[in-house]
Design a protein around this ligand. Structure first.
Ligand code: ATP
Ligand code: MG
Length: 368
């Protein structure tokens, strides 16, 4: 989380760069959020020092593997991305600049940035440097591109999603120009990697204002270009997993294994119409409550039912495999799984009590 220690650490980095004769500022999200009184998770720094020079100044610094020419410095456990003033030259694939040219001029570095609200800088004395009138747009709660929106979105169509993301998370309006240019250039979203799109969409879907974000995406018809044909069916308060489950795009967008697992379970459970104790036991409370959110079912009742289960996993059974083997006088084997499954079902349906004697008696009468 952002805190004074993070800011202090950033100021030290700025001081160090200044002492070595370079210009350096905090820029972008941190300064924007600072002026809005919001917490930031990280701080971006821009400097006239070239990456090689930054690497020489900070011993543990490393080149970022994501952003070409950006140096990552970890200080006091915080991560700082230090980017050399640069100019991006022609964008062939609507995403990546073909060529980056390092420059000495702060103003020119700010001109390559996406929105005016993201161009405000702060120096080592916490002075605000606002060359492109970003503060005014923050005050008016409006998102404007730096320069011609059409050109900026055509250069890099990801900015379309970023505009919606900032509008959603900050509750800012989009300027008329931005709205028109979104409509003109949205077809270019198909050129952007699913990875980058997912990152922005995740930020929209986890925002407190997620409703608004989804509304904007639909209003400008981005669902089509993003290949999210179920977007109009999404229940905005069903959480990230609930939303992606409804979108049902496991084959297109990238997900972690954990996300994949949960999304598959939610979709499987969505197909069932009857939820009994065994369903709750099998799918677990998290997946069940996501389904409740999507279907508008009573989550409290579901939670009560879950809490009333005698066991929540196999290890909650009051009998061990050693004990079962001893009762049956058998070596370990596949048969144990069958017995376990049977015991779980009987206990979950409250046909037998979860105490050693009942479990033991049941095994003796059915398996011996
Ligand atoms: P947050 O970190 O809160 O998500 P941010 O504004 O810091 O928001 P980052 O992705 O961290 O966003 O980028 C840092 C800065 O780099 C931005 O504020 C902006 O000035 C610039 N930037 C990022 N992505 C782009 C882009 N696609 N086109 C132009 N400038 C960009
Ligand atoms: Mg940032």
């Amino acid at each position: 989380m952002g805190d004074v220690y993070m800011l202090d650490s950033a100021l030290k980095i700025l001081n160090k760069l200044n002492d070595c004769g370079y210009e350096a500022y905090m820029v972008g999200g941190f300064v924007r959020d600072y002026l809005l009184g919001l917490e930031s998770n990280d701080i971006d720094i821009n400097t006239s020092a070239k990456p090689k020079e930054v690497l020489e100044i900070f011993k543990d610094a490393e080149l970022s593997n994501k952003d070409y020419g950006t140096v990552v410095v970890i200080k006091n456990g915080y991560r700082f991305e230090i980017t050399t003033f640069r100019k991006d030259i022609s964008y062939k694939d609507h995403r990546h600049p073909d060529e980056i040219v390092y420059i000495d001029d702060l103003n020119e570095d700010l001109l390559r940035r996406d929105f005016t609200i993201n161009t405000i800088c702060m120096d080592k004395n916490k002075n605000i440097i606002d060359l492109l009138d970003g503060k005014k747009d923050i005050k008016n709660k409006i998102i404007k591109t730096v320069g011609d929106s059409n050109i900026r979105f055509e250069e890099d169509a990801l900015r379309i999603l970023r505009a919606i993301r900032f509008s959603t998370s900050l509750g800012f309006k989009l300027s008329e120009d931005v709205i028109d240019s979104i409509k003109n250039n949205k077809y270019l979203l198909t050129k952007i990697s699913y990875n980058r799109k997912k990152e922005e969409l995740d930020k929209i879907f986890t925002s407190n204002n997620c409703d608004l974000g989804i509304k904007l995406l639909l209003e400008y018809g981005l669902d089509n270009d993003l290949e999210l044909s179920n977007l109009d069916k999404v229940v905005s308060n069903s959480g990230l997993i609930g939303i992606w489950s409804t979108l049902n795009v496991l084959d297109k967008y990238p997900f972690t294994n954990n996300e994949k697992d949960l999304i598959k379970k939610v979709n499987k459970l969505l197909e069932l119409n009857d939820y009994d104790s065994m369903t709750l036991y099998k799918y677990g409370l998290y997946v069940c409550s996501v389904v409740c959110d999507i279907k508008g079912l009573d989550k409290k009742k579901m939670t009560e039912l879950y809490n009333s289960l005698d066991i929540h996993s196999r290890s909650d059974l009051n009998i061990t495999s050693e004990e079962i083997m001893k009762i049956l006088n058998r070596e370990p084997g596949e048969y144990l799984k069958g017995i376990y499954d049977d015991l779980v079902e009987k206990v979950v349906y409250k046909k037998i009590d979860n105490n050693y004697d009942s479990l033991c008696n049941y095994i003796i009468s059915n398996y011996k």
